[in-house]
Design a protein around this ligand. Structure first.
Ligand code: SAM
Length: 253
């Protein structure tokens, strides 16, 4: 759904990205703050099937779209991926603090119309998931010919720095997307890490401040949806009957 920036990474880049995430988060507890691309699923599946012999010890996805959350949980259940689960969660709310993560991954709304404020809300929740002591991989726009991605990169690094994190690695212009009006726009991996003995702490408070929520998914958009709910179907796994009709053979006379 374009209105919520659900724009997916191209398949070849997803494979490369999944391998990289698996090695970066090897043996660690990893939180995904949003994951429409399902990199979490690729990483867990490639690891569980032995195609990669490294990967996170546990992965939790937090996303406000129940279709994603349920699809991940159904897949994990069917494939017996015991280390993968998804939770329905909107970034504007407090993050459930019942688990401690060592690293987080986010490919958030890219903040083109709010100077990266939407990116920083996702990053904030990621930092909170690690209780300010871990590492994070932030996937955001990177184009040296456009001003807004450069400003967003600056704002995100400033936010990370203000919260006791530094940029440990930056992999420029790495991924491309199914984005018909900007097919050449790429994203980078911006990797941040807590400084040793970080004393900055973010309390996980709900955010209702319009300065952080206005233009969240693009110009003149507001956060007005708590969850995208899945319409449950009893016959899940079969073609939806509203999508087709059967034209029958003529009856024999
Ligand atoms: C914003 S999209 C960015 C595009 C990226 N390629 C992807 O689809 O993962 C990332 C994910 O964030 C989720 N998302 C969007 N707004 C959210 C919010 N307020 N709270 C939690 N998740 C959100 C979307 O459902 C999507 O799965």
């Amino acid at each position: 759904m374009r209105e919520f920036d659900q724009i997916y990474m191209k398949t070849g880049d997803m494979v490369m990205q999944s391998e990289f995430v698996a090695s970066w988060a090897n043996k660690k507890r990893l939180a995904f703050i949003g994951d429409g691309d399902s990199i979490s699923v690729c990483v867990a599946y490639l690891h569980a099937r032995g195609i990669l012999n490294y990967g996170p010890s546990m992965t939790t996805v937090f996303d406000f779209d129940e279709r994603m959350v349920s699809a991940i949980n159904r897949f994990a259940d069917r494939e017996r991926l015991e280390n993968l689960q998804a939770v329905l969660y909107n970034c504007i709310d407090s993050l459930p603090q019942n688990k401690l993560f060592e690293c987080f991954y986010t490919n958030p709304p890219w903040g083109a119309s709010n100077n990266g404020a939407s990116v920083n809300l996702f990053v904030q929740r990621g930092i909170e998931a690690t209780r300010s002591h871990g590492e994070g991989m932030i996937v955001i726009a990177d184009d040296p010919d456009l001003e807004w991605p450069q400003e967003v990169l600056y704002q995100v690094q400033a936010f990370a720095s203000a919260n006791g994190f530094y940029v440990s690695r930056m992999m420029p212009q790495l991924h491309s997307y199914h984005l018909d009006d900007a097919p050449d726009l790429r994203s980078c991996n911006l990797i941040i890490k807590a400084r040793p003995g970080n004393t900055q702490r973010l309390g996980s408070e709900p955010i209702r401040d319009s300065a952080r929520l206005d233009n969240f998914y693009g110009r003149d958009t507001q956060v007005r949806v708590r969850y995208i709910r899945e319409r449950k179907r009893l016959d899940y796994g079969k073609a939806d009957e509203t999508e087709y009709e059967l034209e029958l053979l003529e009856e024999a006379t």
